[in-house]
Design a protein around this ligand. Structure first.
Ligand SMILES: CC(C)(COP(=O)(O)OP(=O)(O)OC[C@H]1O[C@@H](n2cnc3c(N)ncnc32)[C@H](O)[C@@H]1OP(=O)(O)O)[C@@H](O)C(=O)NCCC(=O)NCCS
Length: 186
Protein backbone atom coordinates (compact mmCIF):
# COMPACT_ATOMS: atom_id res chain seq x y z
CA UNK A 1 0.00 0.00 0.00
CA UNK A 2 1.22 3.47 -0.86
CA UNK A 3 1.32 6.25 1.73
CA UNK A 4 1.75 9.94 0.96
CA UNK A 5 3.56 11.85 3.70
CA UNK A 6 5.76 14.88 4.25
CA UNK A 7 9.34 14.43 3.15
CA UNK A 8 11.95 13.80 5.86
CA UNK A 9 15.70 14.53 5.64
CA UNK A 10 16.29 10.78 5.45
CA UNK A 11 14.31 10.69 2.15
CA UNK A 12 16.61 13.11 0.34
CA UNK A 13 19.07 10.66 -1.21
CA UNK A 14 16.25 8.41 -2.45
CA UNK A 15 14.32 11.40 -3.80
CA UNK A 16 17.32 12.68 -5.72
CA UNK A 17 17.98 9.20 -7.17
CA UNK A 18 14.33 8.97 -8.22
CA UNK A 19 14.49 12.37 -9.94
CA UNK A 20 17.67 11.34 -11.75
CA UNK A 21 15.90 8.19 -12.94
CA UNK A 22 12.72 9.99 -13.99
CA UNK A 23 14.24 13.02 -15.70
CA UNK A 24 17.97 12.38 -16.15
CA UNK A 25 20.70 14.90 -15.49
CA UNK A 26 19.02 17.38 -17.85
CA UNK A 27 16.55 18.13 -15.06
CA UNK A 28 19.13 20.45 -13.50
CA UNK A 29 19.26 22.60 -16.63
CA UNK A 30 15.53 23.27 -16.94
CA UNK A 31 14.31 26.88 -16.72
CA UNK A 32 12.16 26.13 -13.68
CA UNK A 33 15.23 24.75 -11.92
CA UNK A 34 16.72 28.25 -11.93
CA UNK A 35 13.93 29.32 -9.58
CA UNK A 36 14.75 26.45 -7.23
CA UNK A 37 18.53 26.34 -7.21
CA UNK A 38 19.92 27.46 -3.89
CA UNK A 39 16.50 27.84 -2.31
CA UNK A 40 14.40 25.84 0.12
CA UNK A 41 11.03 24.41 -0.86
CA UNK A 42 8.07 26.10 0.83
CA UNK A 43 7.84 24.97 4.45
CA UNK A 44 5.77 21.82 4.81
CA UNK A 45 5.17 21.44 1.09
CA UNK A 46 7.53 18.58 0.19
CA UNK A 47 5.87 15.19 -0.14
CA UNK A 48 6.92 11.63 -0.89
CA UNK A 49 5.02 8.49 -1.77
CA UNK A 50 6.25 5.50 0.21
CA UNK A 51 5.68 1.85 -0.56
CA UNK A 52 7.27 -0.91 1.50
CA UNK A 53 9.62 1.62 3.02
CA UNK A 54 10.89 2.92 -0.33
CA UNK A 55 10.41 6.36 -1.88
CA UNK A 56 8.43 5.75 -5.09
CA UNK A 57 7.18 9.28 -5.72
CA UNK A 58 8.05 12.89 -4.96
CA UNK A 59 6.66 16.38 -5.36
CA UNK A 60 7.66 19.72 -3.87
CA UNK A 61 6.41 23.31 -4.05
CA UNK A 62 8.44 26.50 -3.99
CA UNK A 63 7.59 30.08 -3.20
CA UNK A 64 7.79 32.44 -6.17
CA UNK A 65 6.15 35.71 -7.04
CA UNK A 66 4.61 37.24 -10.11
CA UNK A 67 3.40 40.77 -10.64
CA UNK A 68 3.52 43.29 -7.82
CA UNK A 69 1.48 41.38 -5.25
CA UNK A 70 0.63 37.80 -6.10
CA UNK A 71 2.30 35.27 -3.78
CA UNK A 72 2.45 32.12 -5.81
CA UNK A 73 3.86 28.60 -5.62
CA UNK A 74 5.86 26.73 -8.24
CA UNK A 75 5.14 22.99 -8.26
CA UNK A 76 7.76 20.48 -9.28
CA UNK A 77 9.39 18.30 -10.01
CA UNK A 78 6.73 15.60 -9.76
CA UNK A 79 8.02 12.11 -10.38
CA UNK A 80 6.92 8.53 -9.83
CA UNK A 81 9.27 5.57 -10.13
CA UNK A 82 8.84 3.87 -13.53
CA UNK A 83 7.96 0.55 -11.87
CA UNK A 84 5.07 2.17 -10.00
CA UNK A 85 3.39 4.34 -12.64
CA UNK A 86 -0.26 4.26 -13.71
CA UNK A 87 -1.41 3.28 -10.23
CA UNK A 88 -2.61 6.73 -9.16
CA UNK A 89 0.50 7.66 -7.18
CA UNK A 90 1.20 10.83 -9.16
CA UNK A 91 -2.43 11.85 -8.74
CA UNK A 92 -2.33 11.14 -5.00
CA UNK A 93 0.80 13.28 -4.64
CA UNK A 94 -0.80 16.10 -6.64
CA UNK A 95 -4.04 16.02 -4.65
CA UNK A 96 -2.24 16.05 -1.30
CA UNK A 97 0.15 18.80 -2.39
CA UNK A 98 -2.66 21.01 -3.71
CA UNK A 99 -4.85 20.39 -0.67
CA UNK A 100 -2.13 21.49 1.74
CA UNK A 101 -0.91 24.32 -0.48
CA UNK A 102 -4.46 25.64 -0.76
CA UNK A 103 -4.58 26.27 2.98
CA UNK A 104 -1.77 28.83 2.70
CA UNK A 105 -1.84 32.47 1.72
CA UNK A 106 -0.70 31.76 -1.82
CA UNK A 107 -3.11 32.73 -4.55
CA UNK A 108 -2.06 30.36 -7.30
CA UNK A 109 0.26 27.49 -8.28
CA UNK A 110 2.40 27.46 -11.43
CA UNK A 111 4.23 24.58 -13.07
CA UNK A 112 5.91 23.67 -16.34
CA UNK A 113 4.43 20.45 -17.70
CA UNK A 114 2.01 18.70 -19.99
CA UNK A 115 -1.53 20.10 -19.87
CA UNK A 116 -2.67 16.63 -20.95
CA UNK A 117 -1.60 15.35 -17.53
CA UNK A 118 -1.99 18.35 -15.24
CA UNK A 119 -5.34 19.44 -16.66
CA UNK A 120 -7.03 16.82 -14.48
CA UNK A 121 -5.86 18.74 -11.42
CA UNK A 122 -7.23 22.06 -12.65
CA UNK A 123 -4.11 23.38 -14.40
CA UNK A 124 -4.25 25.15 -17.74
CA UNK A 125 -2.30 27.65 -19.83
CA UNK A 126 -5.31 29.98 -19.90
CA UNK A 127 -4.02 32.39 -17.25
CA UNK A 128 -0.30 32.35 -17.96
CA UNK A 129 -0.08 34.31 -21.23
CA UNK A 130 1.23 37.38 -19.41
CA UNK A 131 3.81 35.45 -17.42
CA UNK A 132 7.37 34.83 -18.43
CA UNK A 133 9.81 32.21 -17.23
CA UNK A 134 13.33 33.07 -18.43
CA UNK A 135 14.63 30.36 -20.76
CA UNK A 136 11.28 28.65 -21.30
CA UNK A 137 10.67 28.29 -25.04
CA UNK A 138 7.56 26.07 -24.82
CA UNK A 139 5.27 28.71 -23.37
CA UNK A 140 2.21 26.48 -23.73
CA UNK A 141 3.73 24.26 -21.01
CA UNK A 142 3.54 27.04 -18.41
CA UNK A 143 0.36 26.15 -16.53
CA UNK A 144 -1.46 27.59 -13.55
CA UNK A 145 -4.07 26.61 -11.00
CA UNK A 146 -5.71 29.43 -9.07
CA UNK A 147 -6.69 29.03 -5.43
CA UNK A 148 -8.28 32.47 -5.61
CA UNK A 149 -10.34 32.69 -8.80
CA UNK A 150 -9.03 35.49 -10.98
CA UNK A 151 -5.78 35.72 -8.99
CA UNK A 152 -3.72 35.85 -12.17
CA UNK A 153 -6.08 38.08 -14.17
CA UNK A 154 -4.02 40.86 -15.72
CA UNK A 155 -0.84 39.72 -13.97
CA UNK A 156 2.16 40.20 -16.24
CA UNK A 157 5.89 39.81 -15.89
CA UNK A 158 8.65 37.42 -15.00
CA UNK A 159 8.23 34.69 -12.44
CA UNK A 160 10.68 35.50 -9.69
CA UNK A 161 12.22 33.46 -6.90
CA UNK A 162 12.83 34.87 -3.43
CA UNK A 163 16.11 36.76 -3.28
CA UNK A 164 17.64 34.82 -0.43
CA UNK A 165 19.82 31.90 -1.42
CA UNK A 166 20.96 29.13 0.88
CA UNK A 167 24.31 29.92 2.38
CA UNK A 168 25.66 26.87 4.21
CA UNK A 169 26.11 23.21 3.24
CA UNK A 170 23.82 22.25 6.14
CA UNK A 171 21.04 24.48 4.80
CA UNK A 172 21.46 22.88 1.38
CA UNK A 173 21.19 19.38 2.89
CA UNK A 174 18.11 20.33 4.92
CA UNK A 175 16.51 21.81 1.82
CA UNK A 176 17.16 18.62 -0.06
CA UNK A 177 19.50 20.29 -2.50
CA UNK A 178 22.51 18.23 -1.49
CA UNK A 179 23.06 14.77 -0.19
CA UNK A 180 24.20 14.48 3.43
CA UNK A 181 27.93 13.73 3.74
CA UNK A 182 28.86 10.07 4.24
CA UNK A 183 29.83 9.24 7.84
CA UNK A 184 33.60 9.23 8.37
CA UNK A 185 35.21 5.82 8.77
CA UNK A 186 36.21 5.05 12.36
C1 LIG B 1 3.89 12.01 -14.95
C2 LIG B 1 3.96 11.01 -13.79
C3 LIG B 1 4.31 11.77 -12.52
C4 LIG B 1 2.61 10.35 -13.60
O1 LIG B 1 2.67 9.51 -12.47
P1 LIG B 1 1.65 8.27 -12.30
O2 LIG B 1 1.73 7.82 -10.89
O3 LIG B 1 1.90 7.27 -13.35
O4 LIG B 1 0.28 9.01 -12.56
P2 LIG B 1 -1.19 8.48 -12.29
O5 LIG B 1 -1.16 7.00 -12.07
O6 LIG B 1 -1.81 9.33 -11.26
O7 LIG B 1 -1.89 8.81 -13.68
C5 LIG B 1 -1.63 8.01 -14.78
C6 LIG B 1 -2.35 8.60 -15.98
O8 LIG B 1 -1.62 9.76 -16.41
C7 LIG B 1 -1.32 9.61 -17.78
N1 LIG B 1 -0.07 10.32 -18.06
C8 LIG B 1 1.15 10.12 -17.56
N2 LIG B 1 2.02 11.00 -18.09
C9 LIG B 1 1.31 11.78 -18.93
C10 LIG B 1 1.65 12.86 -19.78
N3 LIG B 1 2.89 13.34 -19.85
N4 LIG B 1 0.65 13.42 -20.50
C11 LIG B 1 -0.62 12.95 -20.44
N5 LIG B 1 -1.00 11.93 -19.65
C12 LIG B 1 -0.03 11.35 -18.91
C13 LIG B 1 -1.20 8.11 -17.96
O9 LIG B 1 -1.34 7.75 -19.32
C14 LIG B 1 -2.38 7.64 -17.14
O10 LIG B 1 -3.57 7.87 -17.85
P3 LIG B 1 -4.96 7.13 -17.50
O11 LIG B 1 -5.37 7.60 -16.13
O12 LIG B 1 -5.89 7.57 -18.55
O13 LIG B 1 -4.64 5.67 -17.53
C15 LIG B 1 4.99 9.91 -14.08
O14 LIG B 1 4.69 9.31 -15.31
C16 LIG B 1 6.43 10.41 -14.13
O15 LIG B 1 7.10 10.52 -13.12
N6 LIG B 1 6.92 10.68 -15.33
C17 LIG B 1 8.30 11.16 -15.49
C18 LIG B 1 8.29 12.63 -15.52
C19 LIG B 1 7.53 13.09 -16.74
O16 LIG B 1 7.68 12.57 -17.82
N7 LIG B 1 6.72 14.09 -16.59
C20 LIG B 1 5.93 14.54 -17.72
C21 LIG B 1 4.72 15.18 -17.24
S1 LIG B 1 5.07 16.89 -17.31
Amino acid sequence: MVAIRHEKPSDIAAREALLDLAYGAVRLTKPSERLRTGRRPADGLSFVAIEQGAVVGTVRLWEVSVGPDCPTLLLGPLAVHPDHRNRGIGSALMRRALREAGRRAHRAVLLVGDASYYGRFGFSAGQTAGLWLPGLAERHRLLSHEFVPGALDGVRGAIRAPKRRLRTPLEAVLAGLARPPKPLAA
